[in-house]
Ligand binder design. Structure first.
Ligand code: NAP
Length: 248
């Protein structure tokens, strides 16, 4: 039976690369986005070329009402989801902890942590074998920042991704008996627009210098790890964080 995948933040970057890989693997896909409708619709159109169903759904996944609406659209138009990629994320402002604004902290944690919980909650309600579902798989986007701390840059972001790691472990243990696997992928430096507000590729050289493989990664390289974790090839893998960081 064909899988039904929800990708949050699927309009570009790692989310869009994941949608492309998933469609090629035969998943029907729901592409959530926050504001870039045309980009999300273009990703959906690309996906349908593989003969799968694809819908683009606007919604701020930091907001409970939007998350409920996203999953209701998936129920109505695609069916019960069997897979979720909790990908939408922001880094927030660059700076030291002594200068961070409460509003910036809240925005980062509300999307990266609360949004991740809310989407996983809706997915579990639909996937759980104890609730009549057929099981499923969830992949959360963490970051190697969770173990590096990102001092002087964005400790708030690193802390939010450490929360994602703990959430991944806890949820995996909670819903393993319900037929659901939960894992995370922790990328290193990946060339996407997330870096634009931080100075774009101008910030890459020192990071590349510190990367044993000597380059930035691509969104598709992360998507391939995500797809492996969603697939039956990872059928005994849960509660783990897979790093895709070039060894950094
Ligand atoms: P990106 O290129 O900035 O794309 C972000 C995506 O998230 C877009 O589709 C955006 O939608 C969506 N989005 C933003 N806020 C949202 C919200 N409130 N509700 C729903 N969707 C929202 O990011 P990326 O680099 O692909 O990163 C994806 C994930 O990987 C993030 O969790 C990030 O923390 C993690 N990560 C990235 C890197 C890296 O170097 N790129 C490294 C480690 C971890 P719109 O297009 O509509 O704005």
């Amino acid at each position: 039976m064909r899988g039904i995948l929800v990708v949050t933040g699927g309009s570009r970057g790692i989310g869009a690369a994941t949608v492309r890989r998933a469609a090629a693997a035969g998943y029907d896909v729901a592409i959530n986005y926050r504001s870039r409708q045309a980009a999300a619709e273009a990703v959906a159109a690309d996906a349908t070329r593989h003969g799968v169903r694809a819908i683009a759904v606007q919604g701020d996944v930091a907001k409970d009402a939007d998350v409920l609406r996203l999953f209701e659209r998936v129920d109505e138009e695609l069916g019960r989801p069997t897979a979720l990629v909790n990908n939408a994320g922001i880094v927030g402002p660059v700076g030291r902890v002594e200068d961070v604004a409460a509003s910036a902290l809240r925005a980062v944690f509300e999307l990266n942590v609360v949004g991740c919980f809310l989407c996983a909650r809706e997915a579990v309600r639909r996937m759980s074998t104890k609730r009549g579902g057929q099981g499923g798989a969830i992949v959360n986007l963490s970051s190697i920042a969770a173990r590096m701390g990102s001092a002087n840059v964005f400790v708030h972001y690193a802390a939010s991704k450490a929360a994602v790691d703990a959430f991944t472990l806890g949820l995996a243990r909670e819903v393993g008996p319900d037929g659901i696997r939960v894992n995370a992928v922790a990328p290193g430096l990946i060339d996407t627009e997330i870096h634009a507000p931080l100075g774009g590729d101008a910030r890459y050289p020192p990071i590349v210098e510190a990367t044993p493989l000597g380059r930035v990664g691509t969104a598709d390289e992360v998507a391939q790890a995500i797809m492996w974790l969603l697939s039956d090839a990872a059928s005994f893998v849960t509660g783990t964080v897979v790093e895709v960081s070039g060894g950094r």
